[in-house]
Design a binder for this molecule. Structure first.
Ligand code: BGC
Length: 750
């Protein structure tokens, strides 16, 4: 082993120039084999103590490991890298820390429903602290793929359908994981994934082809990644999927042109798991050598668990198919991150080094995120909240009432179900002996078809003052490779709703799921519905508080809920089209006159059997309070390019309880160089109001916020007429208008 002096000795050595000097100095000492080693990540698997893994690390053939999460194992491997390899370059330890580590927060889609970047940041910070204590220094999160197809299992991991919301919350997660200084205790590197277009997989089938025209890619799918890069995300991961004929892992347009040249990204790009050799499965390349060549040339700096760089790159360089410059540039980006993480100074997990956060505090944050993520979809005649004094007994029925593991959702490798508070437990804790609880599981799992338990469920419902059904999907039904074609309640759950309805008692459903479900066949039988996603460790405690009114629901849908699968893709920011539908034009199937001539109905864009509206729109979410928006005003009728428009509205809590409301600002660019969406979210604010309280909510709209990619795919700010709306969902009715003007253009006057 040769000792290389790589330590930063004084603070000035942390300057960008000093960092580059350290990277260059180390690079200059590396052999080609050592460089390729840095570009290779392997799965620790069961083999943390295995000789081949240690030998490879000691020989400098590995730069990063994934899925080693025991601090002793991490330190043991790190010791081999630092003390036994020739150059002593420390390893990165990656892990999917997606929505919490031991303490599990709601799934990302649930977190998106909070519309609360500050809280999402705080949740990611807790996850980072817990993960760092286990030796993880790099998480494969956030997933910021725009997801508009609820059949896609990975929608659970996403931040929903909207580029603005996903950008704001993705940045919040990155800030939470990385903190202000990557070298600070408890900070870990983030990874924005999957670059790009993965969410557009055909029919929501995971890994399927995606075809996204460049204009839509730039206006819809890329903005969250741009925001992540601007926020300083350390790494990006490529997508498994094929984008317009070129898989993400070989897509030089994305990786070289957009990411490096246009956005100036300085971090590194990792492939997805095995996605380099998979280029040959796609049929883009013939073998691993071609695949490694395509990937590295396109700009993939590190091979995750594919083995292709390790096996092929040296020969590709010798043959002149891959230049040393390409290799050096990739390795420099990887080393840069290792220096920024402070790994050369502190390679080991030090007990007590990540800031200790008491379990109570972590659980408090997990509960707060869960509280703000639950969406009250429906609440007929004030069924909720239930009254602790007015009710003597409740029936708690359903396969998901008492499932500590299932409520955690997808990607919970390290989550501890023993910490979970289930819905049943939360209700018992809250109600004590004051309200009798009759619990009947009724169905073994969400997918069960046997109705033998329904009798008992109906008896419990009849004997109780109110019924709470815990329905939905187990965690295994969403997540990677877990797509569904039919997204209604699985198994016999709809039948269970109908049977229990016969008791004639107030009927509340709490739905736990990793995606929007089609609830059309049960919604009318339910008096109230709380949509809880997979709410994580503290889900049950939050739900009990919401059911009995200790807190009011305040989540808002980050994704549209369709009426029927056939409406998908359905999202609020659709284009207007040449024949937009309206209530008058959309004649539904049952209303079509007998023997009507073809031309007498419709002529607009809708489905005869589903209409044109979703079951619940983006941004929707009720409260136990009621809110009134009025006096929408703009500080100027026209906005010059480069200026800021201030939009204000008076918001009053006209209800009887204190509650949060998420005020949302939408705009529509009436005429564009390319057609523009009917509405686009441009701002939101979560505010708390006491009963009777009025607040003025203001938004600042900059002219750049109105920019879009035009016909030639360059970003333009185009003068013209705009409408804007402020309200509690994407169907907000309070509207104003303004003009965007180019003050420099001849004749233009604001
Ligand atoms: C997923 C990634 C994940 C990786 C490592 C892949 O299958 O697509 O999102 O980070 O595995 O676990």
């Amino acid at each position: 082993m040769i000792t290389v002096n790589t330590a930063a000795t004084d603070p000035s050595e942390k300057s960008p120039a000093a960092l580059e000097r350290r990277v260059a100095a180390l690079l200059a000492r590396m052999t080609l084999a050592e460089k390729i080693g840095q570009m290779s990540q392997v799965h620790a698997g069961e083999g943390v103590a295995a000789t081949p893994l240690r030998e490879d690390i000691g020989a400098g053939r590995i730069g990063a490991v994934l899925n080693a999460v025991d601090p002793h194992a991490v330190n043991a491997l790190q010791r081999v890298a630092v003390e036994e390899s020739r150059l002593g370059i420390p390893l990165l330890f990656g892990r999917d820390v997606i929505h919490g580590f031991r303490t599990v927060l709601p799934i990302p889609l649930g977190q998106a429903a909070t519309f609360n970047p500050g809280l999402v940041r705080e949740g990611a910070r807790i996850a980072a602290i817990e993960a760092a204590a286990a030796g993880v220094n790099w998480t494969f999160a956030p997933m910021i793929d725009i997801a508009r197809d609820p059949r896609w299992g990975r929608i659970a991991e996403s931040l929903g359908e909207d580029p603005y919301l996903a950008s704001r919350l993705g940045v919040a997660m990155i800030e939470g994981f990385q903190g202000e200084d990557l070298a600070a205790p408890g900070a870990i590197a983030a990874c924005a994934k999957h670059f790009a277009g993965y969410g557009a997989s055909e029919s929501g089938r995971d890994y399927a082809t995606t075809n996204v025209p460049e204009n839509e890619l730039r206006n819809v799918y890329l903005p969250p990644f741009r925001a992540a890069v601007d926020a300083g995300v350390a790494t990006l991961m490529t997508s498994f999927s094929d984008l317009n004929g070129v898989p993400g892992t070989a897509n030089a347009f994305l990786l070289r042109q957009v990411l490096r040249r246009e956005w100036g990204f300085r971090g590194f790009v990792v492939s997805d798991w095995g996605s380099i050799p998979q280029l040959s499965v796609h049929g883009l390349t013939a073998d691993d050598a071609d695949a490694a060549c395509e990937a590295v040339t396109a700009g993939v700096d590190m091979d995750m668990a594919g083995g292709a760089y390790a096996a092929q790159l040296a020969r590709l360089v010798e043959e002149g198919r891959v230049s040393l410059e390409v290799i050096d540039a990739a390795v420099a980006c990887i080393l840069r991150l290792k220096f920024r993480l402070g790994l050369f100074e502190r390679p080991y997990v030090e007990p007590g080094r990540p800031p200790a956060v008491a379990l109570d505090e972590r659980l408090r944050i997990a509960k707060q995120v869960a509280l703000e993520s639950v969406v009250l979809l429906k609440n007929d005649a004030g069924t909720l909240p239930l009254s602790r004094t007015g009710i003597r007994s409740i029936a708690v029925i359903g396969p998901l009432a008492d499932e500590p593991y299932e409520q955690l959702g997808t990607w919970v490798f390290d989550g501890d179900p023993a910490l979970s508070i289930t819905g049943l437990q939360g209700l018992r804790d809250l109600l004590g002996t004051g309200v009798e609880i009759r619990y009947v599981r009724a169905l073994e799992t969400s997918r069960s078809r046997s109705t033998v338990g329904f009798h008992e469920a109906l008896d419990a419902a009849r004997a109780s003052d109110a019924v709470i059904l815990f329905l939905g999907e187990e965690s295994i039904l969403s997540g990677e490779a877990h797509s569904r074609a039919d997204i209604s309640l699985p198994g016999a759950q709809a039948e269970l709703v109908r049977r229990v309805r016969e008791a004639g008692k107030p009927l509340v459903a709490v739905i736990l799921a990793g995606r929007p479900l089609v609830l059309t066949d049960v919604i009318d039988d339910l008096d109230a519905v709380l949509f809880a996603w997979h709410p994580g460790t503290m889900g049950g405690a939050a739900l009990a508080d919401l059911l009995f009114g200790a807190e009011s629901p305040s989540g808002k849908l980050p994704v549209t809920f369709p009426r029927a699968v056939g409406q998908i893709p359905i999202y609020y920011s659709q284009k207007r089209g040449g024949k937009p539908p309206s209530a008058e034009s959309a004649v539904l199937i049952d209303d079509i006159p007998v023997r009507a001539p073809q031309t007498s109905i419709g002529n607009t864009s809708y489905h005869l059997d589903a209409g044109y509206r979703p079951l619940f729109p983006f941004g929707h979410g009720l409260s136990y309070a009621t809110f009134d928006y009025s006096n929408l005003r703009l500080d100027r009728p026209a906005l010059c390019i480069g200026e800021v428009l201030t939009v204000s509205v008076d918001l009053v809590n006209t209800g009887c309880v204190a509650a949060d409301e998420v005020a949302q600002l939408y705009v529509c660019d009436l005429v564009g160089n390319v057609t523009r969406p009917v509405r686009e979210l441009k701002g939101f604010r979560r505010v708390r109001l006491a009963p009777g309280e009025t607040v003025t909510v203001s938004f600042r709209l900059q002219s750049e916020d109105l920019a879009f990619f035009g016909r030639d795919n360059t970003l333009i700010v185009e003068p013209g007429e705009f409408h804007l709306w402020v309200g509690g969902s994407s169907e907000a009715g309070l509207r104003a208008a303004f003009r965007l003007v180019d003050a420099d253009a001849a004749g233009a006057s604001p």
